[in-house]
Design a binder for this molecule. Structure first.
Ligand SMILES: [Ca+2]
Length: 478
């Protein structure tokens, strides 16, 4: 039996995780100032663009989203809706209390009913520890190795892949750390195995490389159970003007095509206007065909094929920093979390050709100017506000299709890096999100994954991985 890995044993967070989580749940301006100070000392604020943050210790080991980098780089966005971005005016403002929000002058109808959050007994679920290692460090992905072994491969930001078996034993599966620019939101960010892995043994990586700082999408061969770093075939490179907002997800859809998430290029407020620019691959989800050897092809039915001055790789756009997307294994629907700027974190369902609004909108609210048209823009499926009861940086998860928590079947599970709160929203209705686990101290949520049994796994920045456990059910197990 190879089931022990997926049995749950509660474990408390490491001290550093609690410390970092505590820092990021401070009011954001304070956290930003602290982080900016540390980063400025370590990296030299004037150097700005592309230095690695690897040497930065302690709390400046940044989340995969903005607190530190935005502190250095963000231009102050135009004041929208009376907000200054100061979280102190939102402290204690539950996302469910739309009337109390500084956004309320936008109008509840424009913010949408989705922020009327109805908590489903917060804390009813807990995190059950399944796997972890200090070697993992900042773990950003977990993919089932499609070789029938029942093992998983974990993505460590520094550029290493670790294979973990059902007993939790870990072995190095691949190492491209020498060609990865790692730190903050840069690094080895995503892994996808070929849908025809059994016959071709191919794997695809999404990472940041230096000189100049750029996103690289590459194909690798695997052999003898490991990734052959020398077999790299670079498919796509996109220069990154700023260190943050690299996107990072890479995954095959049910159509056999490869989907790639790219952020808006970084800084704050999208100063270069990439979100609404179809002429750049930044700020978009791409879709390419890698089924034939040698490079990639544009799927004929990609939505912007033949559109003048549009990049045909683009599948959907208007995204700020899509931090993790996934396909519902039952319906094939594409879900993406888009990290917000000052106020609102978004859950989106992505459709071909969709424009998700950034930087015209942040959440349901106008961003770039005080008044805006929402015509033709895809609204989020759900949002939550910044602040202690919301968070500061969304991490997208999966539509639950596992067996252990049947009441969650068909619910999209997601979390927040700063608050470690976990929500779910029903994929089959327009109902409001519910809170599953409330500000759990297990550590900042960097990503989600699926176990070989299809359970949703919660990945944290200390290299500890959990699944959700339902407390009453867990207590009933002798
Ligand atoms: Ca949006």
């Amino acid at each position: 039996m190879r089931s022990s890995l997926w049995a749950c044993t509660p474990r408390k967070a490491g001290r550093s995780g609690r410390l970092r989580a505590a820092l990021f749940t401070l009011s954001r301006p304070i956290a930003d100032r602290l982080l900016a100070l540390v980063l400025a000392i370590a990296a030299g604020a004037a150097a700005g663009a592309c230095g690695s943050d690897d040497g930065v210790a302690g709390p400046a080991a940044m989340p995969p989203e903005k607190p530190a980098s935005s502190a250095i780089l963000d231009e102050s966005p135009p004041a929208t809706n009376g907000s200054t971005g100061d979280s102190s005016d939102r402290d204690g403002t539950d996302p469910g209390s739309a009337a109390a929000s500084p956004q309320s002058d936008v109008g509840a109808a424009e913010n949408g009913p989705e922020i009327m959050e109805a908590a489903l007994i917060p804390g009813e679920y807990d995190f059950g520890f399944i796997l972890g290692s200090d070697a993992l460090g900042f773990v950003l992905g977990m993919e089932v190795l499609p070789d029938g072994s029942g093992d998983v491969v974990l993505v460590a930001r520094e550029g290493r892949l670790w294979r973990a078996d059902a007993d939790g034993a870990m072995h190095l599966y691949g190492d491209i750390s020498e060609r990865v620019l790692s730190g903050g939101e840069q690094g080895l960010l995503g892994l996808a195995f070929s849908p025809t892995f059994a016959s071709d043994g191919l794997a695809y990586l999404h990472y940041t490389a230096p000189g100049p700082a750029r996103t690289v999408i590459s194909r690798f061969r695997t052999a003898d159970g490991g990734l052959n770093a020398g077999s790299e075939e670079v498919l796509l490179q996109v220069e990154q003007p700023f260190p943050n907002h690299n996107g990072g997800q890479i995954a095959f859809g049910p159509d056999g095509l490869l989907y790639i998430a790219l952020g808006d290029g970084g800084a704050g407020g999208d100063p270069l206007g990439h979100g609404q620019d179809l002429g750049t691959l930044l700020g978009a989800v791409l879709r390419i065909d890698v089924s034939e050897p040698g490079g990639y092809r544009i799927p004929a039915d990609n939505p912007f094929v033949g559109v003048e001055e549009a990049r045909p790789e683009i599948y959907a756009y208007g995204l700020r920093n899509p931090w993790r997307f996934s396909f519902d294994s039952e319906t094939g629907k594409l879900w993406a979390a888009d990290v917000g700027q000052d106020e609102w974190e978004e859950v989106n369902t992505i459709v071909a050709g969709g424009n998700y609004g950034w930087n015209t909108l942040e959440g349901f609210a106008c961003f770039a100017s005080a008044a805006c048209s929402r015509d033709g823009l895809q609204p989020p499926r759900a949002v939550y506000a910044h602040g202690p009861l919301g968070g500061c940086s969304i991490t997208g998860g999966y539509v639950y299709r596992g067996a252990a928590l049947p009441e969650l079947d068909g619910w999209y599970v997601y979390g927040d890096f700063c608050s470690s709160r976990v929500w779910a929203v029903d994929a089959t209705s327009d109902g409001p999100p519910v809170v599953l686990a409330d500000a759990h101290p297990a550590g900042s949520i960097t990503s989600f994954g699926l176990t070989p049994a299809g359970e949703v796994a919660v990945l944290t920045m200390d290299g500890a991985i959990f699944t959700l456990t339902q407390l009453e059910r867990a207590a009933a197990v002798p």
